[in-house]
Write a protein that binds this ligand. Sequence first.
Ligand SMILES: NC(=O)c1ccc[n+]([C@@H]2O[C@H](COP(=O)([O-])OP(=O)(O)OC[C@H]3O[C@@H](n4cnc5c(N)ncnc54)[C@H](O)[C@@H]3O)[C@@H](O)[C@H]2O)c1
Length: 253
Amino acid sequence: MRTALVTGAARGIGAATVRHLTREGYAVLAVDIAADDPALPYALGSPAELAAVSSETFVADVRDPSALAAAVAEAERRWGGLDVAIAAAGVIAGGVPLWEMPPEQEDAVLEVNLRGVVNLARAAIPALLRRPEPRSGRFLAVASAAATSGLPMLAAYCAAKAGVAGLIRALGVELGGTGVTANAVSPGSTDTPILAESARLYGLPGAREFAAQQPVGRLLEPAEIARVLAFLAAPESGATTGAVVPVDGGLAL
Ligand SMILES: NC(=O)c1ccc[n+]([C@@H]2O[C@H](COP(=O)([O-])OP(=O)(O)OC[C@H]3O[C@@H](n4cnc5c(N)ncnc54)[C@H](O)[C@@H]3O)[C@@H](O)[C@H]2O)c1
């Protein structure tokens, strides 16, 4: 049985990814902080949301390397090994120029969105490499169209997501010849609570306002991002590594 660990699993893109992989027959450990962050003015995923996604859950803050190490160890203990690790946990803050941003919000954005992915790579890649050869391990991250665009009032978020893209490119090379690949997807505006918070930060009436910016003319659904993550997670997708794949309805064009 192929196994996976997904962070940010309580809702949105992470939850859709857990559901998609579970339907495909993976055993999936759904990891989330499942608590609000006092630095951020919007609600994060809740314990009830996490429990609704899967019966195989693990509460961890991706900023805590030892918590992620424990999550990886739990997946290996339950299922005998790990094939796929997906870093989907993320937060957003901004709405003002970088130099006016409260330092604790800047920290949350950089630490969760970039350090959290680095932490998962450090915890999970050794487990992916513990699988016997020939392996088909997959380290995947959710970057953003913000990785390549200069979005005003979201400078820390852009910096973190560009950092994820750089990390993935380097990991792709570092993992060369191992059978383990590293890739990211860069979603466009996807209908989740993070997008609702982005709309609030921009003073817009709601997330729907972002639809017109995307050539496809609509918001994306979390399941559409999950589908591409699942494609990249497959053992047959070993020809792609170090790639940052746009799943953005053309937003970055
Ligand atoms: N929705 C979009 O338009 C969009 C676009 C581009 C990229 N993204 C990225 O997609 C990813 C998923 O976001 P989403 O849109 O599903 O948002 P979301 O807010 O619905 O889900 C994010 C999840 O991450 C969890 N989380 C937050 N901080 C955490 C921490 N420290 N440790 C563990 N879990 C934590 C939250 O509890 C929540 O369940 C994020 O990395 C986000 O930056 C989203």
